[in-house]
Design a protein around this ligand. Sequence first.
Ligand code: HEC
Ligand code: HEC
Ligand code: HEC
Length: 435
Amino acid sequence: MRRVLRYLLALVALAVIGAAAFFFWPASLPDVSAARARVPQGEASIRRGEYIARAADCEACHTLGNGARYAGGLPFHLPFGTIYASNITPDKETGIGQWSDAEFVRAVRQGVSRDGHNLYPAFPYTAYALMSDEDVLALKDYIFSLPPARSVAPAADLSFPFNQRYLMRGWNLLFKPSGPYQPDPQRSPEWNRGAYLVEGLGHCGECHTPRNQLFARDEGRKFAGALTAGWMAYNLTSDREVGIGAWSDQQIADYLSKGHAEGRGSASGSMAEAVEYSLRFLTSDDIHAMVTYLRTVPPQRGGADITVNTDPPSLRASTAFSPPPEQTADATLGLTLFQGACASCHGWNGEGLQHSHAALRGSQTVNDPAATNLLQVLIHGSHMETNDGSVFMPAFGRAYSDPELAALANYVIGHFGGKPSKVTPADVAKARNID
Ligand code: HEC
Ligand code: HEC
Ligand code: HEC
């Protein structure tokens, strides 16, 4: 009850600030002519913009399945309704073909559309606010070099009061950085580049930082780990037990650029998308800059507090081709299913058989007794393009019942994570209903 009251009070405060900002502070356009003069013309800017579009992962959200690139339409299900990514191809009628430099920069860095209405922060402009105007203009040159596509995204469908876009003005005053990234002179250029990429373009905190009651990133718990669309985006802090503090630099770099780190597991779900559309295209200098910055993120708990057992006895007693004899002697439903459907690719000792990405030892996913990501991987499978080819795991959501998937999950956590778990058929049913 007190939570609800605090939440309502905060909403009223937002409405008041938003209304005041609406009347006293009309959405003005930034002056970007000086920045424009500093951006090289033509092909050079387009290539720089392409790199920035990748680092900022614009395409993953603005492209629908096999629809035209950047033509929008992808739904975003929020707790209070659904919004759709816009068409940002240079189509003059249905895209952003008529937008000026200033209008584009204002949208990306301030979350305001061409006609002055506020955008919702499912579009991560609160991270892009840290971008330099020069980078945003190069990005515009790239997007405007792409073929225009005619496509109108469905209108947002939000309940009151969340459909009042002007409320976002109050929210922005509280939660949006006001200026571009300011380098920290105490730190190396590499660290500053990493911070710019992680906090700004890469918007890693959008998924990995827990949110407060007003759905803003809770920077006091930066990178503690958070649930997003049914997946746990794990703890990225330097905590050695529940974060990535005990990972080597090479492991972090490999995970980001290849979607797999030896001894730490593989990326699936939205992280596989981040690797496929964005991170695998970054230069190794930029990947290492990100690692340098991530290393210094202070330890946090209270988000995804999963401890990983990298060497459970059950794995030590297994070979690639067989589990410990006592498991087979007393075969459970979970073991039988794993033997039939999984062992040929994953093997029994955690090292993977079909592909290096199939190694399960040390992965958070098989160490989480709540099985959050494990159930999503089992239900939806996994697919990722890497620079070394495609990585694939089939979906098992249709093949198996809720009790079967629960048994499978409990077996996988026990065997590969070395811990007891109590995943129930009801948990599986719940996991199926997240989109
Ligand atoms: C996490 C998903 C996501 C990412 C990443 C993302 N966008 Fe968006 N974008 C959206 C959504 C959703 C909307 C619609 C917001 C709304 O309706 O309030 C949007 C709206 C926009 C708009 C406003 C269009 C209009 O007609 O008002 C522009 C411009 C835009 N995005 C550009 C970009 C660029 C450039 C990038 C990369 C730097 C990017 N977006 C990355 C989800 C995303
Ligand atoms: C759209 C949401 C999203 C974004 C954006 C995102 N991540 Fe993730 N990340 C996830 C999810 C979900 C997982 C868990 C993946 C899994 O279980 O296979 C994850 C896992 C990870 C892991 C593995 C952690 C572990 O302990 O296993 C690392 C490292 C990571 N992300 C780094 C990053 C960095 C750096 C960025 C920014 C460049 C980033 N992520 C952006 C959702 C996201
Ligand atoms: C055709 C081979 C194949 C089969 C069959 C298969 N997997 Fe996978 N699995 C993979 C690959 C490859 C990955 C890595 C996916 C990625 O990186 O996108 C993976 C990923 C996973 C992950 C996530 C690993 C992580 O670090 O987050 C889990 C858990 C998993 N599989 C469990 C299973 C279970 C349980 C079964 C049986 C029901 C199964 N897999 C069947 C190939 C397979």
